[in-house]
Design a protein around this ligand. Structure first.
Ligand code: SF4
Length: 124
């Protein structure tokens, strides 16, 4: 599938990084249904030197937008798989995504250990 250029999206509220394409079952890129496409409030990425209280308030507002977005799952997985280091994606802040990724890594390690132990038990 041909990927659209970031400029071709011409959607001011969707950061350039959100132009990344992930196929949906109907072959349309997920970001074409992003609720944040027409949001011009700048909720999803921090301006420089943003005070903590303002950041928390902005992130909560962004999460409320994400909560009504039909592509929240796709967006979140995209941000986790890249991984996207900044901004609110799929209802998660960058810090929350780091926690999810750490949990996934731990889970994968435990599964590998269990598979290894099972292999040893089967061979013995
Ligand atoms: S889940 Fe949030 S960040 Fe992702 S496309 Fe939807 S509104 Fe935008």
């Amino acid at each position: 599938m041909q990927q659209p250029s970031r400029q071709s999206l011409q959607v001011a509220a969707v950061p350039a990084q959100r132009g990344a394409v992930r196929d949906r079952t109907d072959d349309a890129p997920w970001h074409t249904e992003a609720v944040c496409r027409r949001d011009e409030a700048g909720l999803f990425f921090a301006p420089s030197k943003e005070p903590t209280a303002a950041r928390l308030s902005r992130e909560e507002a962004a999460k409320r937008v994400c909560a009504r977005c039909p592509v929240m799952v796709e967006c979140r997985e995209h941000a986790l798989l890249q991984p996207e280091p900044y901004g609110v994606w799929g209802g998660l802040t960058a810090a929350e995504r780091r926690v999810v990724l750490a949990r996934r890594r731990r889970r994968d390690l435990e599964l590998q250990k269990a598979a290894h132990a099972t292999g040893i038990a089967a061979a013995g």
